[in-house]
Write a protein that binds this ligand. Structure first.
Ligand SMILES: [Zn+2]
Length: 475
């Protein structure tokens, strides 16, 4: 403050009296103290807020950790179950597939070395499939406990542990490996089945083609059309090679070819018999009323067959010759002489084997080669087959029919091959003969040829009529 007047100047009228210094000091302290308290309180509030925010953050992180490990545990279980279920399904499919291929291959794949590994693989796989599954715990996840440092509001959140499944026992990988193993051996068997089906279909197609050629012009066009269609279908499949063959298609088609060929030949053979019986009746022979007997000669032709032909010609007696194809091919002139004599030429196989011991292809070969040899020599194709030794079964019969041959056995066995005695052979015929008899002899034995004139005389004296073997029965 400034004072314009001197020392005598009266004190400024409005000025308040100056406070006493002690009072001023007290006020200053009070102010400082209040300020300090205020500052401390403010700091405390700020610290409190900071601590609270930090704690909220810690709790949030703690909760998040718990959520994460819990989720991990639950996901791990679900994932393990899903992985096991998926692999189990694959294994199931492999087993079903393997089982069906195995069953289907039963009569198709003969080689046990091909099928046995599949049996073993299926057994292992089925055992694994039946194993009860478990989901073992492999790890434990832990969320550490946290403690709030605030001395006024101490608080501890506890440690939390969860168990995590590591997968399944058995493991999906093990199931997958087992399924792959089954699939591999299944493929091997399936490939063998395809190969088998190919061979089967090929054989049936060859039969179908031969029947088509043999029967053209002899059966109705519509009936032949069914066969032609099946042959064409089969040829289309065969053109694709083994890998293109689906046994489930090829096998029914093979059956269709066999059935159609069988039916066509069966009908044709019935027709041939009817025609020949009608011709015989026109010539005055009817085995429904006549005492018919057929003399049959197997295993030729041989040189001595010519002597037999002269005897038969002299007696005007028809006979039936079941020729061995190999012999017929060597002596076509004698085969022709048999045909020229008015006798019936018939098939006795190519090399005289037991036909039931041969596979289909070999049986067919035996029959067809003989048909061809006789047809080549004479222009006549036989329609009767006498299997060597009378050895025949359903399979051989069916093969014979599909080759255009009816099987004929015998009813009187002279066993001329064991007696080799003309009188004994004659005696045996006389002892066994009856109306409808089919008498088995062999023109390869001279003693049999010697017996024939007397046998014929004996039979005629008994009122028998000599006929070819096809006329005896109604088939
Ligand atoms: Zn024989």
């Amino acid at each position: 403050m400034s004072t314009p007047s001197g020392p005598t100047a009266p004190p400024a009228p409005a000025a308040a009296p100056a406070p006493a210094p002690a009072r001023r000091l007290r006020r200053w302290w009070w102010r400082s103290g209040a300020l300090a308290v205020g500052l401390v309180a403010g700091a405390a509030v700020v610290a409190g807020i900071v601590e609270h925010l930090a704690w909220v953050e810690t709790v949030a992180a703690y909760d998040a950790d718990i959520a994460r490990v819990t989720d991990e545990a639950e996901t791990a279980r679900a994932r393990a179950e899903a992985a096991y279920a998926a692999s189990l399904r694959s294994l199931d499919e492999a087993i079903d597939d393997g089982r069906s291929v195995y069953d289907a291959s039963e009569d198709q794949v003969a080689d046990p070395a091909v099928r046995e590994p599949l049996v073993a693989a299926l057994a292992d796989a089925e055992e694994l499939r039946a194993t009860e599954v478990t989901y073992p715990v492999t790890t434990t996840r832990t969320v550490e406990s946290v403690t709030r440092p605030n001395p006024l509001r101490r608080e501890t959140l506890p440690e939390v542990s969860v168990e995590v499944m590591g997968g399944s026992e058995p493991a999906p990988g093990g199931l997958d490996a087992e399924a792959a193993g089954v699939a591999e051996v299944t493929d091997t068997v399936a490939a063998a089945r395809r190969q088998w089906a190919l061979v089967e279909l090929r054989a049936a197609t060859v039969e179908g083609r031969d029947a088509r050629a043999d029967l053209r012009g002899q059966v109705g066009a519509r009936a032949l059309g069914t066969l032609e269609e099946a042959v064409a279908d089969a040829e289309a499949i065969l053109d694709g090679g083994a890998d293109a063959v689906d046994p489930d298609v090829a096998v029914p088609l093979r059956d269709t070819l066999f059935d159609t060929t069988h039916a066509l030949w069966s009908a044709r053979l019935a027709e041939i018999h009817d025609e020949r019986r009608a011709a015989a009746r026109a010539a005055g022979v009817d085995c429904r009323v006549d005492r018919c007997v057929a003399l049959t000669f197997d295993d030729g032709p041989v040189e001595d067959t010519r002597r037999l032909l002269r005897i038969l010609a002299a007696k005007d007696a028809p006979a039936t010759f079941f020729l061995v194809g190999d012999n017929a091919a060597k002596r076509p002139d004698i085969v022709r002489a048999v045909a020229d004599g008015g006798h019936l030429l018939a098939n006795h196989s190519w090399a005289h084997p037991q036909l039931t011991t041969l596979d289909d292809a070999d049986v067919r070969d035996e029959l067809r080669r003989t048909q061809d040899a006789i047809a080549e020599a004479t222009g006549f194709t036989p329609f009767l087959l006498r299997p060597p030794y009378g050895d025949v079964d359903g399979r051989v019969r069916s093969l014979a029919t599909r080759t255009g041959l009816d099987v004929v056995l015998w009813s009187v066995d002279t066993e001329d091959w064991s007696a080799r005695d003309a009188e004994e052979t004659r005696r045996r015929v006389r002892a066994q003969v009856a109306p409808g008899s089919n008498v088995l002899m062999h023109d390869i034995h001279p003693s049999t040829v010697d017996a024939v004139p007397k046998i014929i005389d004996d039979l005629r004296a008994e009122g028998y009529v000599l006929v070819t073997a096809d006329l005896l029965t109604d088939r």
